[in-house]
Design a protein around this ligand. Structure first.
Ligand code: NI
Length: 252
């Protein structure tokens, strides 16, 4: 089982990251991707990856942090990457938190897409309340030769179909386990089996039945379980398939 997106570099894990990694390893999570959201957290993701065989990492500047984006700083991290750097992310657009800096967000997003292409890496996309502008940018850069995934998917089924046509993958978090997430359930039921995989986005978005607690990678099984149930297929079979998708995508 692969957790394709977690933040072991978040301060919420500072006191017990080793225990969290022990739990995921002994619980059957084969590998995780620890994802950065700014320069500092990207450096920290690399450090955690260096110390743990099954932790891969991604570096990127999240739209909320776009004011602090420095292309040269990020490019240094790419030049000095280890073999376990698997993506540029998380990058994208977020108009939920701030819509007064749309142009800056788009500029920073596009700059990082170009860096990912230059270093032949896939991108991990964050998109919240910005689906229109996102689609315009995705169409401009598609097809993504090195891959692109929209993480923590929260859009409609129609939108999912549209971006899958552009060659973009979808990744589901614990949100899909929430009873009232009916739109997301439709997405999980209807998109092709080879177009998605799973993540926790921990320490956030803890899946049922642990909702309310701090999230951690071992709970990725609950995300897979919910989607298997929605699709009416065997959980182990689904995990086998989505792991294959994720490994191919991140070249793990
Ligand atoms: Ni995240």
């Amino acid at each position: 089982m692969i957790d394709t997106h977690c933040h072991l570099n978040d301060a919420q894990f500072d006191n017990d990251v080793d225990l969290v990694i022990d739990r995921l390893t002994s619980g059957g999570v084969e590998a995780v991707v620890c994802v950065g959201w700014d320069f500092k957290s990207s450096v920290k993701a690399r450090e955690i990856s260096d110390l743990n065989d099954n932790v891969y990492y991604a570096i990127g500047v999240h739209p909320d942090e776009c004011d602090d984006y420095n292309q040269f700083e990020m490019e240094d991290l790419l030049r000095l990457k280890s073999s376990k750097l698997v993506a540029v992310g998380e990058i994208g657009l977020d108009y939920y938190h701030n819509k007064d800096n749309k142009f800056r967000q788009m500029e920073v997003f596009e700059s990082q897409i170009s860096l990912a292409n230059k270093y032949k890496l896939p991108i991990i996309i964050h998109c919240r309340d910005a689906f229109g502008d996102m689609l315009t940018i995705l169409k401009k850069y598609a097809p993504f030769k090195y891959g692109a995934v929209m993480h923590c998917y929260s859009g409609s089924l129609e939108y999912a179909k549209e971006i899958i046509k552009l060659g973009i993958r979808i990744s589901f978090t614990g949100s899909v386990t929430f009873k009232n997430a009916t739109n997301l359930h439709e997405v999980a039921k209807n998109i092709p089996l080879d177009s998605f995989f799973f993540e926790t986005d921990s320490p956030y978005l803890t899946p049922e039945p642990n909702r309310g607690k701090r999230n951690e990678p071992i709970y990725v099984f609950d995300v897979a379980k919910a989607v298997a149930k929605l699709r009416g297929i065997d959980e182990d079979k689904l995990i086998e398939l989505t792991d294959k998708n994720a490994k191919g995508f991140f070249r793990i």
